[in-house]
Design a protein around this ligand. Sequence first.
Ligand code: HEC
Length: 110
Amino acid sequence: MRAVMIAVFASAVSMAPHVASAQDAAKGQQLYAAQKCSMCHQVAGKGNKLSVLDGVGAKLTADQIKEWLMDPAAAAEKAKSTKKPLMPKTYAKLPPADIDALVAYMQSLK
Ligand code: HEC
């Protein structure tokens, strides 16, 4: 029994989601600039007022932020968002590490 418990615990640890770090957030901030998110979003008074992201880290979970990046149409439907232009679908093609970094940056906006 104990062996089973240890095996379950070990696999849970190895499957644990990537834990966001301050380094990720810094990389995410660079990606945010490189991907021109500010064409539609505002952070700390800079960018487009269409959608203000200050406080988004307190408002949304990491999974919800990830969904905005991976499947913006589905996220917009869930959020009942009518704002246009919709977020481009192209972010889903970014490397997973870049998505994680963008999510970490969004989570740091509290
Ligand atoms: C072409 C415009 C556009 C671009 C570019 C864009 N977004 Fe968005 N995004 C939107 C719109 C519109 C919404 C819905 C906002 C709402 O309804 O409040 C949204 C929603 C979001 C949300 C949820 C906001 C909330 O308040 O719930 C996050 C997080 C987000 N975008 C992150 C990003 C990131 C990160 C990038 C760049 C990688 C990006 N967006 C690029 C248009 C855009």
